[in-house]
Design a protein around this ligand. Structure first.
Ligand SMILES: [Zn+2]
Length: 970
C-alpha cells in the first residue's frame, strides 16, 4: 500500500474542508484539549510522537462522540532549550553537528540560519509543524503562535500582574538549583536527561577535634546516637577552611559550594583525606570518641564530603566497616590503626524496628548478600531500611530524652535541639546529582533578591488540592503523585537574567523563565484567533483588556474606551473564551508532573474563577527503541519525518499506540511498525472485499449471525470502557485483534453458506456491520486508512465525524454465544480424536442427547441454582416425572455423570442454560455441517441418539449429553 499517497490525499481533503477548525457552536457541547507546545530546538523524533499521537487520538475520539473539539498548537521559543542548542551549534559541537546533519538530515546550507535563537526556533517549528500535519493530527492551525510574539508578552505580563496582586510573587533569598557554568538558575528543562534539581535541607552535625569542626551532613540526625566512626575518602582533596567564624574540614568541592550557600569561606590548607585517617573526633551528642576511617564510597561532591558512620542502620556503613575489618591488615595499618581498633568496631543499634533484628542494616546486607561498598544493590537496601525505620521505627533506651519517640518525630527533635545550641547547623543540597545541559554540575545557590512564585503559600496549596480533587486524572493511579507535588512545591525562581522571553513588568532587567510563562497559555489559544483579526497595537492590550476577556471584569464600554477596541470585538473574544474554557484535558509526558502540570493547576487557581479551572490531565510514559532508551549516544533516534517516509503515518500511529498503556514505556521497533503496516493491509483488503459485495439485509439471521453481532457488541463495550481511561492499547486489541479473530471464525463458519440465496443477504449484512463498526473504532488511531474504507462504503462525510460506536444491547445475545460454544467444542473434540487416532476420517457422526437427558439436565440446573444439587435429590426429583421413572437404571447412571459437571459450572452459565431450556442441537449442528465438512475434509452426519434408524457401529451415541454431542469418527 502506498501509505504516504493515501495520507496526503486525506490530509488535503481535511484541510480543504477546514474540518478541524473549531469555532464556538452553541448547538454542540465543546471539548477542549491541549498538549505541551514543543521547544523547537531539534526536529521531532519517534519519542515525541507518542504524546502528540495520544492527544490526537483523544481529540478524534471526542469528536466522534459528538463534541465540538478544539485541539490547537503553538511554539515555545522562550527559555534555555533553544538557547543552549544555538550555543552548542555555534561552538561546532561535533556530536550536535553529527546529529543535525546525519540523523535529522538538516541541509548543511541551512546551518548558518540556525545560529540565532529565532532562526533555529523558526526553522524547527516549520519542520515540526510539517511532521504533525503528515501524522494527520487534527489541529486547528489558525491559533498558532510563538511565545516571543509581542501580544503573547502582553498576556504573560498580565499573568504576572495577577499573581503579584494576589501576593504570590515574592522577592527574597532562597536556595535554587544553579549552574555555575551558565550563571543561571536551572529547572528541569535545563538539565541533562530532564532531571528536576530537587533540593533538601540536610542537618550538618559538628564533630570536633579540639577547635576544628568536622561537619557531617545527614538526612538522619537522630542516628547521631549510633555513630561508630567517621568516613573520609583517602584519595580525595580536603581543605581546612575558615567558614564564617569556625574552622571546618570539608572536601574541596564542598568549600566551593559553601560559598554559593552564602558562607564566608577562607581556605587555610589543602591535603588528601588520607592525612586525617586514624585521627579521633568527639561526637557532640554522646561525647564519645570515634576514629576517622577510610571509605571509597564517600563522594566529595555530595554535601560536605564528611560522612558519619552508623553501621546498625546504614547498609553502606556496615558494608564498608566489614570490608575494612575483614580485608588485608595493611589497609588500616598504613594509617597507624591497629587490629585492636578494628575489633572495637561494632554496630550500635538505636532504633527498634518490629519484625527486624537488632540492627536492620546488618539484616538486609546479609539477606541480600552484599559484601562490597561498590555493589549497586546497596542503594536499594538503604532505601528499604530508611523507609521502614522512618515509618515503623522507635528510638531505643540509649537515646536519652528521645527514647521511645518514633523516628519520624525524633528526626525533627534532634535536629531542632542540636541546631539551637550550635552543635549542628543546616545545609541545602541536591538529593541527587544533576547536570546542566552545558555540562557543569548543578549546585545549590542561595539566591539574593531573586523573584519567586510562592508555591509554598498554604492557602494557595489548598486551592490546588481543591482543584485536583475535582479533576479527572489519567492514569488514575497518579493522583497521589500530584497531591505529593502540591504539598512539596515551594518557592520557584521565576525570572533570570538572560534569554528570550517577557521581562518582569515591574523589574524589566529580569526575564520570565520558561516554566513560568507556559502555564496558562491554554487560555490564550481561545482568544488569539479573535485578537489577530483586530490587528491590534500590542500596547493597547492592557491589563484592562485581559481582565475583561478572561475575567469579565470592568464594563465592556469602559474597556473599549481604554483600549480603543470596539465593544462587539471585545464581546466576541470573551464569548469564545467562555465557550471553550475550562480546559477539559491537558496531555503531557509523565515527567512533567513535578513542575509544569502542577504549576498549570496552581496558576489557573490563582487567576481564574473556579468554573474555569482545568478539568483533566492525561499523561503517558516515554518511548523505548527496541528496549533501549533513545539517545544520541546510542545512535537509535529515528526522526519522525524519516519514520513517516518508511512506515507510513497510520502504521506508525498504530505502533506508537499499541505497545503500552499510558503509564508504561512504549517499546518501539521498526519491525513492529512494519507488522502494523501488514496488519492494516490485511484489514484493508478484507474490508474492501466485503464492501464490494454490497449491503445485505437484516432478516432471517441464524444463530451464527446473532453470535457474530453479539461478539461485536462485546468488543464495542470493551473499547468504550478502555477509552474512558485512554487505555488505547486495550482498545486497539479489542477493535482489531480480538474482533478479527472472531470475524475469521465467523467467515469460516458461514463460508459454505454464503452463496446460498437464503443466506447470502443476511451474511452480507453481518459482515458489513462488523466492518463498519471496526472502521469507526479504528478511525481515531488510523484515520487515513479508515477514511478510505469509509468512502468506499459509500458514506457521506468524513469518518472523522462519524459517530463513535456504543454497544447495542438489543444485539447482545448470551444464548447465541452459548450455542456457538457447542460448535467450537465439537470441532475441538473431533480434531483431538483425529490427532490421537491418526485416522483420515471418511465420515464424522455427531449424536445429540435424547429428550429425557435434557429433562434430567434441566432438573440438575434448577437444583444447582437453588443450592440443592446432590445425586440423591436429583434422582428423586427426576423420578417425579413419569417418562424418567420408566428409565429406572439409566437415569441414576446419567445423574451421577451430570452432578459433578453441573457443580463445576459457573453460576451465570447455569442460569443462562436454564433459561434457554431445551436446545435443538440437531438444527444447530445441521446448520454447521458444511463448515464441519470443510474443516474435517469428509462427510458429516448428525442424528439424535434416540433416532430409531441410527447408524452407531461403535455404540458411541449413548455418551451424548446436552451441550456435548457424542462423536464417532469413521
Ligand atoms: Zn550550565
Amino acid at each position: 500500500m502506498e501509505w504516504n499517497k493515501l495520507e496526503e490525499k486525506w490530509q488535503k481533503r481535511w484541510a480543504d474542508a477546514k474540518v478541524f477548525e473549531a469555532d464556538p457552536d452553541t448547538g454542540k457541547p465543546k471539548y477542549y484539549l491541549t498538549v505541551a507546545y514543543p521547544y523547537p530546538n531539534a526536529p521531532q523524533h519517534i519519542g515525541h510522537g507518542r504524546t502528540y499521537t495520544l492527544t490526537d487520538v483523544h481529540a478524534r475520539y471526542r469528536r466522534m462522540q459528538g463534541y465540538n473539539v478544539l485541539f490547537p498548537m503553538a511554539w515555545h521559543f522562550t527559555g534555555t532549550p533553544v538557547m543552549a542548542m544555538v550555543d552548542r551549534l555555534k561552538e561546532k559541537d561535533p556530536e550536535l553537528l553529527n546529529t543535525f546533519l546525519n540523523i535529522y538530515n538538516v541541509p548543511e546550507a541551512s546551518l548558518p540560519d540556525l545560529e540565532t535563537p529565532i532562526g533555529m526556533a523558526r526553522y524547527f517549528a516549520d519542520e515540526i509543524k510539517a511532521g504533525m500535519k503528515r501524522m494527520g493530527f487534527s489541529i486547528d492551525w489558525r491559533r498558532e503562535f510563538t511565545t516571543i510574539d509581542p501580544i503573547y508578552s502582553k498576556f504573560i505580563e498580565w499573568q504576572f500582574a495577577k499573581l503579584r496582586q494576589k501576593g504570590y510573587i515574592i522577592q527574597g533569598s532562597h536556595p535554587v538549583g544553579w549552574c555555575p557554568g551558565c550563571g543561571n538558575p536551572v529547572g528541569q528543562h535545563d538539565t541533562v536527561g530532564d532531571k528536576e534539581p530537587e533540593i533538601e535541607e540536610f542537618t550538618v552535625i559538628k564533630f570536633t577535634s579540639g577547635d576544628v569542626v568536622y561537619p557531617a551532613a545527614t538526612l538522619r540526625p537522630e542516628t547521631v546516637f549510633g555513630v561508630t566512626n567517621m568516613w573520609l575518602n583517602p584519595d580525595v582533596l580536603y581543605v581546612e577552611a575558615k567558614v564564617d567564624d569556625e574552622t571546618w574540614v570539608v572536601s574541596a568541592d564542598a568549600a566551593n559550594k559553601l560559598l554559593f550557600l552564602g558562607h564566608d569561606v577562607g581556605i587555610l590548607s589543602e591535603f588528601l583525606g588520607s592525612k586525617l585517617i586514624g585521627g579521633n573526633l568527639t561526637n557532640p551528642m554522646t561525647k564519645t570518641e570515634i576514629p576517622i576511617l577510610p571509605a571509597t564510597f564517600v563522594d566529595p561532591k555530595n554535601a560536605t564530603g564528611v560522612v558519619m558512620s552508623v553501621p546498625a542502620h546504614a547498609p553502606f556503613d556496615y558494608v564498608a566497616m566489614e570490608q575494612l575489618k575483614k580485608g588485608p591488615k595493611k589497609d588500616f595499618e598504613k594509617y597507624g590503626l591497629k587490629q585492636s581498633d578494628m575489633a572495637k568496631l561494632k554496630p550500635i543499634s538505636l532504633i527498634e524496628l518490629p519484625g527486624w533484628g537488632e540492627s536492620p542494616a546488618v539484616d538486609i546486607v546479609e539477606k541480600m548478600g552484599i559484601v562490597d561498598q561498590e555493589d549497586p544493590k546497596l542503594a536499594k537496601a538503604t532505601k528499604e531500611v530508611y523507609s521502614q525505620e522512618f515509618h515503623n521505627g522507635r528510638l531505643r533506651g540509649n537515646t536519652g530524652q528521645y527514647a521511645s519517640l518514633t523516628v519520624e518525630m525524633a528526626k525533627d527533635a534532634v535536629k531542632e535541639d542540636m541546631t539551637a545550641d550550635g552543635r549542628a547547623t543546616t545545609m541545602y543540597e541536591l538529593i541527587e546529582p544533576v547536570q546542566c545541559r552545558c555540562g557543569s554540575d548543578v549546585i545549590v545557590k542561595i539566591f539574593e533578591n531573586q523573584w519567586f512564585i510562592d508555591y509554598g503559600d498554604p492557602s494557595w496549596k489548598e486551592l490546588a488540592h481543591e482543584n485536583l480533587d475535582a479533576m479527572e486524572i489519567i492514569p488514575k493511579e497518579l493522583r497521589q503523585e500530584y497531591d505529593h507535588v502540591i504539598d512539596w512545591l515551594n518557592r520557584k525562581a521565576c525570572a533570570r537574567n538572560v534569554g528570550m522571553g517577557t521581562p518582569l513588568p515591574w523589574a524589566p532587567d529580569w526575564i520570565i523563565e520558561s516554566l513560568s510563562d507556559s502555564v496558562i497559555y491554554m487560555a490564550y489559544y481561545t482568544v488569539i484567533k479573535g485578537i489577530n483579526m483586530l490587528k491590534p497595537d500590542p500596547e493597547k492590550l492592557t491589563e484592562e483588556f485581559w481582565d475583561y476577556i478572561y475575567l469579565g471584569n470592568g464594563g465592556v464600554e469602559t474597556v473599549s474606551e481604554a483600549t480603543g477596541i470596539p465593544v462587539e470585538s471585545l464581546q466576541e473574544i470573551r464569548a469564545e473564551f467562555e465557550y471553550f474554557y475550562p480546559l477539559d484535558a491537558r496531555h503531557s509526558g509523565r515527567d512533567l508532573i513535578p513542575n509544569h502540570l502542577t504549576f498549570m493547576v496552581f496558576n489557573h487557581d490563582a487567576i481564574f474563577p473556579r468554573e474555569n479551572w482545568p478539568r483533566g490531565i492525561v499523561v503517558n510514559g516515554s518511548v523505548l527503541m527496541e528496549g533501549q532508551k533513545m539517545s544520541k549516544s546510542m545512535n537509535n533516534i529515528i526522526p519522525l519525518a524519516t519514520a513517516i517516509d518508511r512506515f507510513g503515518a497510520d502504521p506508525l500511529r498504530l505502533a506508537l499506540m499499541i505497545t503500552a498503556e499510558p503509564l508504561k514505556d512504549a517499546d518501539f521497533s521498526p519491525d513492529l511498525a512494519k507488522s502494523m503496516a501488514d496488519n492494516l493491509e490485511r484489514f484493508n483488503s478484507r474490508a474492501m472485499e466485503i464492501v464490494a459485495r454490497g449491503v445485505g439485509e437484516d432478516h432471517d439471521l441464524t444463530e451464527s449471525d446473532l453470535w457474530m453481532l453479539s461478539r461485536l457488541q462485546a468488543y464495542v463495550r470493551e473499547a468504550n470502557e478502555a477509552m474512558t481511561e485512554m487505555k488505547v492499547r486495550k482498545t486497539i486489541h479489542a477493535a482489531l485483534y480480538n474482533l478479527n479473530q472472531d470475524l475469521d471464525w465467523y467467515m469460516k463458519r458461514v463460508e459454505p453458506q454464503k452463496e446460498r440465496t437464503e443466506r447470502k443477504t443476511a451474511i452480507q449484512h453481518v459482515l458489513r456491520t462488523v466492518v463498519e463498526i471496526q472502521v469507526r473504532l479504528l478511525t481515531p488511531f488510523t484515520p487515513h486508512l479508515c477514511e478510505e474504507i469509509w468512502e468506499a462504503m459509500g458514506n457521506e462525510g468524513f469518518a472523522a465525524f462519524s459517530s463513535w460506536p456504543v454497544p447495542d444491547e438489543a444485539l447482545v445475545r448470551a444464548d447465541a454465544e452459548e450455542l456457538e460454544t457447542v460448535i467450537r467444542d465439537s470441532l475441538e473434540d473431533v480434531k483431538k480424536i483425529i490427532q490421537v487416532t491418526g485416522i483420515f476420517p471418511s465420515r464424522v457422526h455427531f449424536y445429540t442427547a435424547a429428550g429425557w437427558k435434557w429433562k434430567v439436565y434441566l432438573k440438575a440446573l434448577e437444583l444447582q441454582e437453588s443450592g440443592r444439587l446432590e445425586i440423591g435429590t436429583l434422582i428423586q426429583e427426576s423420578f417425579k416425572d413419569e417418562e424418567l421413572r420408566a428409565r429406572r437404571t439409566e437415569v441414576p447412571k446419567f445423574a451421577r455423570i451430570l452432578v459433578e459437571d453441573v457443580k463445576r459450572s459457573p453460576a451465570d452459565m447455569v442460569s443462562l442454560r436454564r433459561s434457554m431450556e431445551v436446545v435443538n442441537e440437531s438444527t444447530l449442528l445441521q446448520d454447521a455441517s458444511g463448515f464441519f465438512a470443510n474443516e474435517f475434509g469428509c462427510e458429516v452426519s448428525i442424528s439424535s441418539e434416540s433416532d430409531p434408524w441410527i447408524e452407531d457401529p461403535e455404540k458411541r451415541a449413548g455418551r451424548a449429553k446436552p451441550y456435548r454431542p457424542a462423536i464417532y469418527v469413521a
